[in-house]
Design a protein around this ligand. Sequence first.
Ligand SMILES: [Zn+2]
Length: 60
Amino acid sequence: MSCPNCNKPADAKYRPFCSKRCADIDLGKWLGGEYTLADEETEAAEAAILDHPKKGDPLH
Ligand SMILES: [Zn+2]
């Protein structure tokens, strides 16, 4: 599987993305559309990822 954002090979840690940056970018797309990341990774961005339920989450 390749990164949906840039088509590079996915990283196991960030599948299906190639990097945290691409994961954050994609997350932002469907969270708010206009959400943009600063150059440095923010705590808010990390919190957003932690809040995001995984696919197939049995609690959801
Ligand atoms: Zn990527």
